[in-house]
Write a protein that binds this ligand. Sequence first.
Ligand code: NAD
Ligand code: UD1
Length: 334
Amino acid sequence: MAERILITGGTGYIGSHTAVVLSQLGHDIVLYDNLSNSSDAILDVLQEITGKPIPFVKGDIRDTDLVIHTLKSHNIDAIIHFAGLKAVGESVEKPLDYFANNIQGAISLLKALQTQSINTFIFSSSATVYGEPQYLPFDEEHPTNALTPYGRSKKHVEEILKDLASSNPALRISCLRYFNPVGAHESGLIGENPKGKPNNIMPFIAQVAIGDREELCVFGDDYPTSDGTGVRDYIHVMDLAEGHASSLAFLENNTGWHAFNLGSGTGFSVLELIHAFEEEANCTIPYRIIGRRAGDIAEYYSNPDKAAKLLGWKTKRNLNEMCSSTWQFQKKLN
Ligand code: NAD
Ligand code: UD1
């Protein structure tokens, strides 16, 4: 059933791809973002891709009155909450900023939702809530023991949502634990375009491939993994976006609090990722092995069975498609 959906953080990387998928499924979308890590220039691009204008409200999620006004004036049925700060290293330096934005922000949004008796809420969580693996693959029953302020902000919001769901049986809440989102829309018009030096590996590789950076530093080759480099469960951002559509459909028939892993179930090493990118971009990525990055985990990947069973969702796009779409986007950017 078509719904009217508020997407917070909607001009950001994952929010914008999700907006495309939901809009193309016939939902009415409203984007809400303070533009702290994105630009409203994307609105024209989204219109070009979807063929229709998407309403946008510039605002902070901590401005409860503006959120309430937006929910009322657009007659919103459901919220997908992407807005937040996401740089792990920065969260260690500025924990209060992360708690204020991510936790206080979520509380403000939830207070606004209550005033309008909106029951459906999807939260962008992260595999980082699990912390150091006690076993692999991570399933949703794995204990959550986030290791950084960023990770703890996700864990705390998940817990707040669980308590809220216990207090009101009408609520329908999904916490989606993303593994490593990468890639871009097939048009090459939207993708991940971090400000400054990228923290994450895929945009870094793309900037090396295009010649903006000299080489990739590989953070350690002495991990107990197949080739000694870190292993992650990379997920194509369009698969991830489709996971939100599946979650929305699931919540139509299910009340309560639910957590789902959104990942492929397969881990790839840094070297495997570099080689896949080289194949797709037909180039050589110069790299140098340096020491491990503080706080990095050797290896983790998802058990995606719960999402397959309950959401009817699984990833469709492989590592090479993640690299080729990233490359198409990077070429259009430069
Ligand atoms: P992004 O930075 O591209 O998008 C987040 C958007 O939220 C930005 O457009 C930013 O301007 C906006 N925003 C931040 N604080 C705000 C506030 N107080 N009020 C209104 N808008 C605000 O990040 P993304 O990669 O699209 O991530 C989206 C969500 O997914 C985040 O919550 C992030 O923590 C989570 N997540 C991301 C990853 C990843 O690797 N990208 C992995 C796991 C989870
Ligand atoms: C990081 C965050 C995690 C967050 C995720 C979102 C940390 C410690 N963790 O995860 O909380 O949910 O982003 O996608 O920051 N690598 C290099 N060279 C680089 C960059 C990365 O070798 O220049 C390696 C890393 O050591 C790791 C892999 O590439 O093995 C992936 O790194 P990255 O993209 O930063 O993601 P995560 O560390 O998994």
